[in-house]
Design a protein. Structure first.
Length: 305
């Protein structure tokens, strides 16, 4: 807990440990089936960030019984079950409460080799930083709620958020990354800050190398930005050194709170090319070297153009 790692690990015996996580969210898109897919991929992500393999899951559901038809709940659960099946696991129980605001997520239990745990706090100076999904999803889902986003962009966002981080996790395990976390509510730089603070290293990030959903720019320029993204930006003020060429809009995008974002991987430089190739082989949504780990005991992040 002291380095805010993605999931809990409980060792059973020398060669076997349980990896356990829980996550649930409010709907980010209108379609209930897609909400189920996204919430499940989001919940499974912390298992993959640790290098684990999901075994089974339990549903956690809040649902306004009486004000929404039960068919909506069935669609959410159908999406969740399908995504868990795709992950090679199964849903074997759960709990539902009556709740004015719908919520859905999973408790996920997985297995992990205690010798191959990918923590978020073990990056080393000289590592490259690799990101496996583009960012801007928080701004885009806020735009969807305000009906400012095209159908094409909505579909692209749903597809990205429901993509499992399994391929990315397998790729990083094969090449032997030093550290990993998934990019979710604290945004790219918030989760990178957890990595740098945990390892007492710094980081350099180049804006032009970060994969960003193009539609996010127009939305953020017109003032659409989730409250969580704004709070991330505020709370990172002391930790980030912004080059003066980095606009306020770009700063917000780099701090944008994601749902079911990609993995952020610290990989030794001599393995970077192998990691990128393996990510491409698995068709991860992105496979981008966005910066590097540098020496800095204060864990600061320098962001340049
Ligand atoms: Co996480
Ligand atoms: Co989480």
């Amino acid at each position: 807990m002291e380095t805010s790692d993605d999931a809990a690990v409980y060792q059973l015996d020398g060669g076997l440990a349980i990896v356990q996580t829980v996550d649930y969210i409010t709907p980010v898109v209108d379609d209930p089936y897609s909400c189920g897919l996204i919430a499940a991929a989001n919940s499974l992500s912390d298992i993959y960030a640790m290098g684990g393999r999901p075994l089974f899951a339990l549903n956690i559901v809040g649902f306004p019984v009486g004000s929404l038809p039960l068919s909506v709940l069935e669609e959410i659960l159908r999406g969740g079950a399908e995504k868990v099946r795709e992950a090679g696991a199964s849903i074997i129980g759960g709990h539902t409460i009556d709740d004015p605001e719908p919520k859905y997520g999973l408790v996920v239990t997985g297995l992990i080799d205690p010798a191959k745990i990918f923590r978020n706090s073990t990056a080393r100076t000289g590592d490259d930083l690799v990101l496996t999904k583009p960012i801007g999803l928080g701004i885009i889902t806020t735009g969807i709620k305000r009906e400012k986003v095209s159908k094409t962009t909505i579909d692209a966002a749903i597809s990205l958020m429901s993509t499992l981080n399994r391929g990315a996790s397998d790729a990083m395990a094969e090449v032997g990354a030093h550290a990993c976390t998934d990019v979710t509510g604290f945004g790219l730089l918030g989760h990178l800050r957890e990595m740098t603070a945990g390892a007492k290293v710094g980081a350099r990030v180049s804006l032009s190398k970060v994969p960003i959903l193009p539609e996010a720019w127009g939305l953020v320029q017109s003032g659409i930005c989730p409250g969580g993204t704004q709070r991330n930006h505020d709370s990172l003020r002391e930790a980030i050194v912004w080059d003066r060429r980095i606009s306020k809009e770009a700063q917000l995008i780099l701090c944008d709170a994601q749902t079911s974002g990609g993995l952020l991987i610290a990989v030794p430089k001599d393995m970077t090319a192998a990691l990128i190739q393996r990510l491409k082989d698995r068709q991860t949504p992105a496979a981008a070297v966005i910066g590097e780990v540098i020496e800095d005991p204060d864990g600061r992040i320098w962001v340049g153009p």
